[in-house]
Ligand binder design. Structure first.
Ligand code: DGJ
Length: 714
């Protein structure tokens, strides 16, 4: 037997993997960088507690493999489950070759690939680990059926060990208009399991499953976080054994019979991403850095966007849209997006999905008069599609009832009056591709807002009778790929009734996310704070809505709304024809500031500040720490009278910063009796160490007020 220990190091993270040619690799350390260890020191990392001979536990010490196997005495969620005609197929990968490689790429630093065979079960396996330059780790597996007959895969989860000092968990839930509500719990023996069975991540997706030391926070404690880069059904779990071993794991959640491998066929898992950090911000920064290093990551200068949905809904009439476009260009909008309602029969949400041709009833001269006006005004043009959906009241549903992803013998339950189109059907997919490419190329449309408004309930392929979420998810990725290949200039925004499809799978095919249907800044402060743990702000659509938010009915000032949109991909979701001239001037002022600051916002590092719960504050700091902004928002009545200071983290303690409030002319309140700190009205110089350790005196902000501060090193 040959054994080798590999030490992968990058971005402040070490991953130590014990390998052998008779067993699958085991991660012995995933966490802080251990420095350059020699072979003797590395061997120490791989030593296990030997166990005792007097209990009923297995004789061999327990090892949580990356693909956990029962033969290693792992009694938590299994790695590979499946069977060949019902035969008990406990995996037994006992012939393994390991290959380590330093990688010359912008994103990946090192790679380890284990290829293994399980002769008893007729299976071959390929396990990949990549340590990205930012210290983000990812792992995936491919299993191949090398035997005769079919092998049914029920699940293939991968797992990573976390040390016993991780005692708490954080993950997320949520609802439409209220995505990413954090939930904390204590790690106890057994399994904490988060399943997503909606055929998409959904508004209640776990997003990240984080284990951490006691009371971990944004810049406190040590954390280990996992995320599955997948837009279909998924599971993430944390398991602690009765022996006190903890692992985080996950994989695609397969419906019965979804993956049946014929001889020679393979199943590939999505990437399981793993971010270690000294607190949440550090782990989050590793994900952001890895995304930003990709050659396909959107360049700095994300266009300020106006989306028409909450301005006109289904009322598509040319003159008001022309007026809206002109006002948009006036305030500084760079991309104009025509939302739902432009295609055949789509006067309301009960008809039309599937019929992707411009409706002559509302667009007698086609889209050209609008597209041309938008372009004349110097803006890009974007348009809404919901390709994976179909209304029973549509030409497509009447022509192709067989293309619906639903049981054959009865009507499927409707959601938002719609059914799911079976994109896994090659003819349906080709039809969609042709329709979308036609519309896009006819006007050289710059941007698609790609929506997905319902869950995949009872998703059955009517031709084969088999469940179809796995196939649907892969087919949608492929469809996006084909459309982008045909229209290389095109950008796509992933929307799913707001933020229901935000994950590291679809991010490889899209350029922006619609973060939530709630444009209420109070909700947005929380939603964006938590969604930005996974996705960097330049990918998260953050729109200034109407003064009275359509989803919550709550009213707020233009300044509070605009500052809330500042750390994001700035946009407008408001009928600005109804805005007062003052409001439009203020909006234009904020847009100009956003455009000035966006190189910083789109590449800076976010530090979420620990404050009392009534305040949400953050800094965004440039890589060289010479330039930063801070946003402070009051989301509730403060618990204390003013007097607190706000410690601004992430700055250079040795530098002196000029502290300036951005747009001090905003929120001037002649009735106020508030005495604000000097810097609120006059720029001042502050030592970085004082800002970090003592803090900036807090301005007195009423509930739903906010401030934007700029810091420039002198
Ligand atoms: C749901 C999206 O989240 C909204 O922004 C809007 O595009 C509607 N769908 C249109 O039907």
């Amino acid at each position: 037997m040959t054994e080798a220990v590999f030490h992968l190091r990058a971005g402040g993270v070490s991953v130590v993997v014990a390998t052998s040619d008779t067993a699958l690799p085991v991660i012995c350390h995933w966490g802080r960088d251990l420095g350059p260890l020699d072979a003797g020191a590395l061997a120490r990392v791989t030593e296990h507690a030997p166990g005792t001979r007097v209990t009923s536990e297995p004789d061999r010490p327990l090892a949580v493999g990356v693909l956990p196997e029962p033969k290693q005495a792992w009694m938590g969620p299994p790695g590979l489950t499946g069977d060949r005609d019902g035969a008990a197929g406990f995996p037994d990968f006992d012939a393994v070759a390991n290959e380590y490689e330093r990688v010359d790429s912008a994103t990946v630093a090192q790679r380890l690939i284990a290829t293994a065979t399980d002769a008893a079960n007729g299976l071959a396996l390929r396990l990949e680990f990549e340590l990205l330059r930012s210290g983000l780790l990812r792992t995936r597996a491919v299993v191949r059926n090398d035997g005769a007959g079919r092998y049914r895969v029920d699940g293939l989860d991968l797992a990573l060990p976390v040390p016993g000092r991780a005692v708490e968990l954080l993950d997320f839930s949520g609802r439409h208009g209220g995505e990413r509500r954090p939930q904390r719990s204590t790690i106890v023996d057994g399994t904490h399991l988060r399943e997503q069975r909606r055929g998409r991540p959904g508004p209640d997706s776990a997003t990240l499953l984080v284990a951490g030391t006691a009371d971990f926070g944004f810049a406190r404690g040590e954390v280990w976080a996992v995320h599955l880069g997948w837009s279909g059904n998924a599971r993430l779990w944390a398991h602690r054994t009765n022996g006190g071993r903890t692992a985080l794991g996950g994989g695609e959640l397969l419906l019965p019979g979804e993956v049946m491998l014929g001889p020679g066929e393979e199943y590939e898992t999505p990437w399981l991403y793993a971010a270690h950090g000294e607190g949440l911000d550090d782990a989050s920064a590793r994900i952001h850095e890895a995304l930003r290093a990709r050659p396909v990551h959107p360049a700095v200068g994300r266009p300020v966007t106006l989306n028409t949905w909450e301005a006109v809904y289904f009322d598509h009439t040319l003159a008001p849209l022309h007026e809206l476009a002109a006002l948009a260009a006036d305030v500084g909008v760079e991309r104009f997006v025509l939302d739902d309602g432009w295609f055949l029969g789509r006067r309301h949400d009960r008809a039309g999905l599937g019929d992707w041709t411009v409706d002559p009833a509302v667009w007698p001269n086609g889209l050209t008069p609008l597209v041309e006006r938008v372009r004349e005004l110097g803006m890009q043009f974007g348009i809404w599609f919901e390709p994976e959906m179909i209304n029973p009241d549509s030409e497509l549903a009447r022509a192709h009832p067989d293309w619906v992803l639903a049981p054959l013998h009865r009507d499927a339950p409707l959601a938002r009056q719609q059914l799911v189109l079976n994109v896994g059907d090659p003819d349906a997919r080709a039809h969609l591709r042709d329709r979308i490419v036609d519309v896009v190329t006819a006007h050289r449309i710059d941007y698609i807002k790609w929506d997905h408004n319902r869950d995949l309930v009872e998703p059955v392929d009517r031709a084969s009778g088999r469940a179809g979420v796995h196939r649907q998810t892969r087919a949608v990725y492929e469809l996006m790929h084909e459309i982008r290949a045909a229209c290389p200039w095109l950008e796509i925004e992933s929307c799913s009734a707001g933020g229901g499809r935000i994950d590291l799978g679809i991010v490889e095919r899209t350029d922006r996310f619609w973060t939530s249907d709630s444009n209420d800044p109070l909700e947005r402060q929380r939603i964006q704070r938590w969604t930005s743990l996974l996705m960097p702000p330049e990918l998260l659509g953050a729109h200034v809505g109407a003064a009275t938010a359509h989803v919550t009915g709550r009213s707020s000032s233009i300044d509070f709304r605009a500052i809330t949109s500042m750390v994001g991909s700035f946009g407008i979701e408001w009928d600005i024809r109804e805005a007062t001239a003052d409001e439009r001037a203020s909006l234009a002022g904020w847009i100009a500031e956003f455009v000035r600051l966006r190189p910083l916002i789109e590449r800076g590092r976010i530090h979420r500040l620990e404050t009392e719960p009534s305040i949400i504050a953050q800094t965004v700091v440039s890589t060289d720490r010479a330039h930063a902004i801070a946003t402070i928002a009051t989301v509730d009545s403060p618990a204390h009278l003013p007097g607190a200071a706000l410690r601004l983290t992430g700055l250079d303690p040795e530098a002196a910063y000029r502290v300036t409030r951005v747009r001090p002319e905003a929120s001037v309140d002649p009735t106020t009796t508030r005495r604000q700190p000097d810097w609120w009205t006059e720029p001042g110089i502050w030592p970085g160490i004082v800002l970090a350790e003592v803090g900036l005196p807090m301005p007195i902000l009423r509930p739903q007020e906010a401030g934007l501060i700029e810091l420039v090193a002198q």
